[in-house]
Write a protein that binds this ligand. Structure first.
Ligand SMILES: Cc1cc2nc3c(=O)[nH]c(=O)nc-3n(C[C@H](O)[C@H](O)[C@H](O)COP(=O)(O)OP(=O)(O)OC[C@H]3O[C@@H](n4cnc5c(N)ncnc54)[C@H](O)[C@@H]3O)c2cc1C
Ligand code: FES
Length: 274
C-alpha cells in the first residue's frame, strides 16, 4: 500500500538536553529508517497537540537518532519543552532543499549563526568536519543575546581544538556578573574580525529574520556575490509540502523551493526577511 504523504513515522524521545532557559535539544529515535540532508527540515508531530517544522541539528551521517534543537515559542514548542525521555513523537519528512556542500569544496566556508539559528548550522558543521580537508578554511561566527543564551556551550571546547576551524563569538550584551571571553556587539561585528576572501568564500547564514537581513547587507558590502550567500529561510508553515500556500514569499514556497536559498534567488523580492 502506498504511504500517505501526511502520515508521520513513529519516533521515541530518548533524551532532552537543556541548552538555555528557553532552548532544549531533543534526541529522537525514529522507529523506521529515516535520513535527511543537512539543511532540510522535518515536521515534528506531538500527538494530540499538533506539529511544527524544525531543521535537525545533528549530523546527517548518523541515521539511528536525530537531534533537534528547539526554542520555546508557542503552542507546540511549549508542550515539547514539557516532554520527558520515553514519550512518543511523530516525524514527517524530510522536506525542502539542503546545503550544496559539494559546491563548497576548495573554498572557505563562513558559517554565520544567530541564537537558535546555530542549530541547522551545527548539522552543516558536522558535515564539513567529516571531510575537513576539502575546504580551505571553516569559520564559525556565532552571536547570541547574552552568555546565558549560548547553545552547545559544552561543545565549544572540543570545536576550539579542531584544526581548520576558526571560531568567533559575540553577545549583544554581557551582564556584569557573567564571564565572557568573546566580543560584545551584534553578530555582524564578527565579520570585521574574521579573515576571509569574499571571492573564494561561501557564506551560510541562519538566525532571526532581522539578523539575516543585516548580515546579508554586510556580506554584500564586503564584496560577496549574492550567489555565494546561502540563507536558511523560515516561515509560518502548515503542510510542508507545497500545497497550502502558507509559506509563500514572492513566487516561492519556502517548504518546497527552500528553506535553503541563495540571496541571488531572493534579492528581487522587496524584503524577503519580513
Ligand atoms: C524550515 C524551518 C525550520 C525551523 N527550524 C527550527 C529549529 O531548528 N529550531 C527552532 O527552535 N525553531 C525552528 N523553526 C521555527 C519553528 O518552526 C517555530 O518556532 C514553531 O513552529 C513554533 O510553533 P509553536 O506551535 O510552538 O508556536 P505558535 O503557537 O505557532 O507561535 C509561535 C510564535 O509565532 C507567532 N505566530 C504564529 N503564527 C504567526 C503568524 N502567522 N504571523 C506572525 N506570528 C505568528 C505566535 O504569536 C508566537 O509568538 C523552524 C521553522 C522553519 C519554517
Ligand atoms: S507550508 Fe504549505 S505550501 Fe509551504
Amino acid at each position: 500500500m502506498k504511504k500517505h504523504i501526511y502520515r508521520p513515522i513513529e519516533a521515541l524521545l530518548e533524551r532532552v538536553i537543556d541548552e538555555t532557559p528557553n532552548i532544549k535539544t531533543f534526541v529522537i529515535k525514529p522507529l523506521e529508517p529515516f535520513s535527511f540532508k543537512t539543511g532540510q527540515f522535518v515536521e515534528l508531530v506531538v500527538p494530540g497537540v499538533g506539529e511544527a517544522p524544525f531543521t535537525p541539528s545533528s549530523s546527517p551521517l548518523k541515521t539511528d537518532k536525530i537531534e533537534i534543537t528547539i526554542m520555546k515559542a508557542g503552542f507546540v514548542t511549549d508542550r515539547l519543552h514539557a516532554m520527558k525521555g520515553g514519550e512518543k513523537l511523530g516525524i514527517r519528512g524530510p522536506y525542502g532543499t539542503s546545503y550544496p556542500v559539494e559546491s563548497f569544496h576548495g573554498k572557505e566556508v563562513l558559517i554565520l549563526g544567530g541564537g537558535v539559528g546555530l542549530a541547522p548550522l551545527r548539522s552543516l558543521l558536522y558535515t564539513l568536519l567529516s571531510d575537513v580537508s576539502k575546504f580551505t578554511k571553516i569559520i564559525l561566527a556565532y552571536g547570541s543575546k547574552t552568555p546565558g543564551d549560548v547553545v552547545y556551550k559544552y561543545l565549544f571546547p572540543e570545536w576550539n581544538k579542531t584544526r581548520g576551524l576558526e571560531i568567533l563569538k559575540s553577545v549583544d550584551v554581557c551582564p556584569v556578573d557573567m564571564d565572557w571571553e568573546g566580543e560584545v556587539g551584534l553578530v555582524t561585528c564578527l565579520l570585521d574580525k574574521a579573515k576571509f576572501d569574499p571571492q573564494k568564500t561561501a557564506a551560510v547564514v541562519c538566525g532571526p529574520p532581522v539578523m539575516m537581513k543585516f548580515s546579508t547587507m554586510k556580506l554584500i558590502s564586503l564584496g560577496f556575490d549574492p550567489k555565494d550567500i546561502y540563507l536558511s529561510m523560515e516561515a509560518n508553515m502548515s503542510c510542508g509540502l507545497g500545497k497550502c500556500g502558507h509559506c509563500q514569499i514572492g513566487e516561492y514556497f519556502i517548504c518546497k523551493d527552500g528553506p535553503v536559498f541563495t540571496y541571488d534567488k531572493l534579492k528581487h523580492i522587496g524584503d524577503p526577511f519580513v
